[in-house]
Design a protein around this ligand. Structure first.
Ligand code: XMP
Length: 317
């Protein structure tokens, strides 16, 4: 029978034998998979593992600082890179969803390549690939799929010519979480909802600016914190907010307003391939809507997405 302890022992022995005294570089996302994979590799080879965590300016509010802090507490050797401006520059004026993904993916590759080139003698690239990614990538739209499908081919960034080590590529998500808990990774990382690689970049419909990111971060923060405070977070597979590229008329005091609309989305799913919208309590939705409209400047209307997948997708882009 599969148990996390047996898996961890076997995996550490395997990683030690395979990697020896080589160095491994790995990009962390703050998500469950890359965090668990890094912790496992770190248990096997210690500081021969060097992690890179990039602030692409499209993360949730305070996420970069908080996650970097957790990684450091976990003893991981992490280089935090503030590349926000590079991503905003790459996204300026880009409105097509796939073009945005490409711009974000390319910017990530540039930053990661630059960082890994500063390191001496790295032979391996660590990845948090899990079994469902191997059989059918759920991120066909994203940068990680591009990286995976082309590795070890000429004419590519240097880090992609490294040999790949993927300790979780036989595990399902629930097994990854079990392994993570057995490795004492904090629950704030283990229980985290999935979050797309392109981040808020594909939840801001239309072109992305630093100002729109700031607005959406505030909206998303109120929603996600509300879910946590109400004990609803763990009943939801994934939740988030979309900043829509339209304005609507509202009224505040005696003034007419003409401001942005946000859509909230919360879904239940097993693997992201299909999803049902979650029937969040009306009282909860009402309170969150009030909080958002009262506290976030520039937003005067909140709607709730009641579409399931298929035919809708989880993300709007
Ligand atoms: P959709 O919108 O296709 O999303 O129903 C299914 C799951 O995949 C995530 N997603 C992405 N993840 N890069 C990623 O790493 C992407 O480009 C991307 N697009 C969607 C989405 O958040 C959901 O969990």
């Amino acid at each position: 029978d599969w148990t996390s302890d047996v898996f961890i022992d076997a995996s550490i022995a395997d990683l030690k034998a395979k990697i020896g005294s080589d160095k491994v570089v790995m990009g962390l996302s703050g998500g469950v998979d890359s965090s668990v994979a890094a912790t496992l590799i770190h248990r096997a080879i210690g500081d021969q593992l060097i992690c890179v965590f990039v602030d692409n300016g499209l993360l949730r509010k305070n996420e970069f600082e908080e996650v970097l802090d957790s990684y450091k507490h976990m003893g991981l050797n992490v280089i935090g890179v503030d590349a926000k401006q590079k991503f905003y520059d790459a996204l300026a004026g880009v409105t097509d969803p796939e073009a945005k993904r490409k711009a974000i993916g390319n910017a990530f590759i540039e930053v990661f390549d630059e960082e890994s080139n500063k390191l001496e003698g790295v032979k391996w690239l660590g990845q948090g690939t899990i079994y469902p990614d191997v059989i059918e990538s759920i991120s066909v739209k994203g940068p990680s799929a591009t990286i995976k499908s082309h590795h070890n081919v000429g004419g590519l960034p240097d880090f992609m010519k490294l040999s790949v080590v993927e300790p979780l590529n036989t595990l399902f998500k629930d097994e990854v979480r079990e392994v993570g808990r057995a490795l004492d990774i904090v629950e704030t990382i283990i229980g985290r909802h999935p979050f797309p690689g392109p981040g808020l970049g594909i939840r801001i419909l239309g072109d992305v600016t630093a100002e729109k990111v700031k607005t959406l971060q505030e909206v998303d923060h109120i929603f996600i914190k509300g879910l946590k405070d109400s004990g609803l977070y763990d009943q939801v597979w994934q939740a988030g907010a979309m900043l829509l590229p339209i304005q609507s008329v509202g009224v505040m005091g005696d003034e007419r307003t003409y401001e942005k609309v946000v859509a909230l989305r919360a879904v239940g799913s097993v693997d992201g391939m299909t999803a049902d919208w979650i029937h969040l309590p009306y009282e909860f939705l009402g309170k969150i809507s009030n909080d958002i409209i009262n506290k976030v400047k520039g937003v005067n209307r909140v709607v709730y997405d009641i579409s399931s997948k298929p035919p809708a997708t989880i993300e709007w882009e």
